[in-house]
Design a protein around this ligand. Structure first.
Ligand code: FMN
Length: 421
């Protein structure tokens, strides 16, 4: 009876919590914590609701609660934190739950790197194996490069603080249903995971570069170190605000300001052969154009950055990843072929971020957007022609992130990392 009453009270609360209260950050700015559970008779589901209540206590986070069988790849990719729970079956994880978990890695190939994890379990017995289940779930997370945490407790009398491995409830005949103390543990778990997920999200730390051998980070998530804003003198005041660091991301923003020429963020270093990886995000409805200049040089007299450009084109997303010649010589597409399986995400789709990889090796330029090859271009006779060589672009030069002339643009970059070849 206690079980069903609590369920009735908590469900509406959680549904209401899916929409941000007035004045609170939008979903894309808040950390998303997925609470995924397996439950046949409702005990573990009740704990899941408790975890979600704890998540909702954290202003910078929101919860998505789902039975594990309904969790989609998009749910997993969008999650900054994942809390998993299941009953104890013969002192271990139910087989069905284990199969689904394995599929997230084997079949869906989800990248869990630096997502924050936590675990909970229910069991009929007092020493029925619930801790074994919690530890097994945490091991799955650790092996998938997540960072894990448990609920925090505080003894107000002695001042001591401690953490536990997860949350658990005894549901058998000796202590039927999920009790208030057990729900309290679930809430603490949700709060702890959400707090850490929100903090990690706010840093915008380049999570993936840490595990990619040979790559160096080109953006520290806090400053524009290593980059210089370049523009015509008339645009200097706008340019000083147009590129900034916001929530750990590199933000290009000229919203409300159309009257400007190109405002470029140019790498201080030059690069020849390299693999460049970065993530970018753009809200639906943005009309401004951007792009990534490679092996290019800024011309302070004309205000153009000359060299090859991989286009980033929010209003015409199918052009994103295509290769453009931004001078010298005719400004024209160098490679703009239709692409099978082309994938572009706006900020409200999946995790809202696009993965772009650009490889420049010799005279060959390749771009891969969200795992799909967009350009594989042989630039012999173009990138090394007399005009490009005269300006010193096409084979070597700076990187440049573009705010297109006369455009209102809002676009974010993060996880910018490069491996010289
Ligand atoms: C096949 C099966 C095996 C179980 N094995 C154990 C066990 O090893 N230890 C234990 O304490 N409880 C065990 N239980 C009890 C469940 O863990 C417990 O009832 C749990 O709260 C059910 O969760 P649910 O209501 O979310 O389905 C088992 C239950 C089933 C159906």
């Amino acid at each position: 009876m206690r079980t069903s009453l609590l369920l009735l009270v908590t469900l509406p609360l959680l549904q209401a919590a899916d929409a941000p209260p007035a004045g609170q950050a939008s979903d894309s700015a808040r950390a998303q914590v997925l609470v995924a559970y397996y439950s046949r008779t409702g005990n573990t589901e009740q704990m899941a609701r408790g975890v979600a209540e704890g998540v909702q206590r954290v202003p910078g986070a929101h919860a998505v609660v789902k039975p594990i069988a309904e969790v989609t790849q998009t749910d997993l990719e969008a999650a900054d934190g994942i809390v998993l729970g299941c009953p104890t079956y013969f002192a271990n994880i139910p087989g069905e739950m284990k199969v689904l978990l394995d599929d997230w890695n084997w079949k869906l190939k989800v990248d869990f790197t630096d997502k924050v994890g936590g675990a909970f379990a229910t069991a009929g017995g007092q020493v029925g194996g619930q801790e074994n289940v919690v530890v097994s779930l945490l091991l799955f997370m650790v092996h998938n490069r997540m960072v894990v945490a448990g609920p925090l407790y505080h003894n107000a009398r002695t001042g001591s603080v401690w953490a536990e491995a997860g949350a658990a409830a005894i549901t058998g005949p000796l202590d039927p249903g999920v009790g208030e103390g057990e729900l309290d543990g679930a809430r603490r778990l949700g709060e702890r995971v959400a707090t850490l997920a929100a903090r990690l999200k706010a840093t915008g730390a380049p999570a993936r570069s840490a595990v990619e051998a040979g790559f160096q980070s080109l953006f520290d998530g806090r400053t524009l170190a290593g980059w210089t804003v370049k523009c015509l003198p008339k645009d200097a005041a706008l340019a000083a605000k147009a590129w900034s660091v916001d929530q750990g991301t590199l933000l290009a923003n000229t919203m409300g300001h159309k009257e400007h020429f190109y405002i470029m963020l140019v790498s201080d270093a030059e690069y020849g052969d390299f693999v460049l990886r970065l993530r970018f995000q753009v809200e639906r409805g943005i009309t401004g154009n951007s792009g990534i200049q490679i092996r290019s040089r800024y011309n302070a007299d004309t205000g153009w950055m000359e060299g090859p450009q991989i286009d980033l084109n929010p209003p015409e997303p199918e052009l994103t990843g295509k290769l453009w010649n931004e001078g010298p010589g005719p400004h024209r597409w160098l490679s703009n072929e239709p692409v099978d399986g082309f994938k572009f995400k706006y900020a409200d789709e999946g995790d809202g971020w696009n993965d772009l990889e650009i490889t420049a090796q010799g005279l060959r330029i390749r771009s891969v957007l969200n795992g799909v090859t967009v350009v594989d271009y042989d630039g012999a006779g173009v990138l090394d022609d007399a005009e490009h060589r005269q300006v010193g672009v096409g084979e070597r030069g700076h990187l440049g992130l573009q705010i297109h002339s006369f455009h209102e643009l809002k676009l974010r970059f993060k996880d910018i990392r490069l491996k010289p070849l």
